[in-house]
Design a protein around this ligand. Sequence first.
Ligand code: CTP
Ligand code: CA
Length: 237
Amino acid sequence: QCYFQAEHSWQGKRLLVTAGGTRERIDPVRYIGNDSSGKMGYALAEAAARKGADVVLVSANVAIPAPEGVRLVQVETAEQMRSAVLQEFDQSHVVIKAAAVADYRPIRTETKKRKKQPLEPGASQQTDADNWTIELVPNPDILAELGERRTHQFIIGFAAETHDLAHYAMDKLRRKKCQLMVANDISAEGAGFHGDTNIVSLFDDNGLLMAFPQMTKRELADRILSVAEQKLPGSSS
Ligand code: CTP
Ligand code: CA
């Protein structure tokens, strides 16, 4: 009985997870992307599904297979992620924004592949006129928008930092109106995008809540969900 409850402690909860990294198109064969592997978000989606949650996984450009028992929505760009997320937001109890969303996108996407401009015949040296400049415009901040629209949802944001972790994590938590911020120092050994392990600290509105030692992303997923579970409205603790 006890075991059953622990295993299905997320029964009846709808969880929205974003994972991976968005790509912003330059032309039909080129894009601006980032190093996110999607492993942390996928581990969270998998762990929550195992605990009985009804999971929607909005995934951008990830090379790993979708966990069993989750509803997968595949997107490429930040704008596509935004619409997919907004479509699910009202019905969600918990939102975890693990995805690395591109902060900027090219001002336009060329419909034809850009051709390399050959140097003028006889020109021996490159000049500034040979450079290609791509103008970027800011993408919408999905997490900040969710924070504004929030009615009942418990929102968990991520902060990837190389320095001043606590400062930036708290700044993002407050600006984006999240209930929990998962901060990782991506410059540390054993942490960050590619590996199977991560080193994170959790922040809530009161500041640092806990600092985990290095552990696998799967184990970390369980720990993050346990903390969220205890903080959810209706939790007995
Ligand atoms: N995020 C988002 N939409 C964006 C940018 C970020 O939803 N356009 C979310 C990410 O999914 C993550 C959180 O915001 O949960 C923090 O992302 P991060 O890149 O660390 O923070 P930024 O606010 O973009 O600031 P910066 O990149 O300058 O550190
Ligand atoms: Ca960013």
